[in-house]
Design a protein around this ligand. Sequence first.
Ligand code: NDP
Length: 241
Amino acid sequence: MARVALVTGGSRGIGAAISKALLEAGYQVAATYAGNDEKAAAFTAETGIKTYKWDVGNYEASEAGIAQVEADLGPIDVVVANAGITWDGFFHKMKPEQWQKVIDTNLTGVFNTVRPIWPGMRERKFGRVIVISSVNGQKGQAGQVNYAATKAGDIGIVRSLAQEGARAGITANAVCPGYIGTEMVLAIDEKVLNEHIIPQIPAGRLGEPEEIARCVVFLASEDAGFINGSTISANGAQFFA
Ligand code: NDP
């Protein structure tokens, strides 16, 4: 029986590329999304991958959604916590709701996604947890105190989960993309993107979602069983101290 993979925010952007790559690698895949029904329906029509709608920031909704996925496809072997948002602004102008929404989605969302799946992975003695962090969680970024805090937090989560899960056959790793050409990044003002962001990337270009998806497929594989608690950077050589 094919292994089961769950990708949160798997209906578009990096998540969609991950869902497709896992499907191509032979997994049964479930992809979640937050509210963009049209995009999710188009994604299912294109790929045949079933999509599920819930807010990763809500624990009860995550638990119920995951139970539904497991009822439909079987126990989840691979979980990719990818759903994430930005709500940027300089710190002196950042509102409490701007902080809280990003924390709820990007950080608590990882707890809400992995926590209901974890006991089953421990029982079955196999699991792969992959969290999509960010270069800006590694190096910090002006205008993204909230986002960078969540993405740095993701690294703490996988390092700790790795230590708890290692003897139960579970690995937990983070992938830290640099700037990837998805709606999240293409929403940035074109002038800022072309004059400030792309020139900071030694590769001289944005990354492709598929370049992140291939890292995830490898981390999900049996071959990656000794890679645990790692942070894999895929950012076109952006340097950070
Ligand atoms: P997109 O904005 O293109 O897609 C985001 C996905 O997450 C969508 O499927 C969206 O659903 C879903 N989502 C958002 N909020 C929630 C929520 N509360 N509950 C459930 N699902 C939710 O993002 P990207 O593909 O660009 O980013 C994916 C991940 O990669 C994020 O964690 C991001 O922080 C990270 N990343 C992205 C980089 C980039 O350059 N693009 C760089 C580094 C990291 P819906 O379609 O319904 O809105």
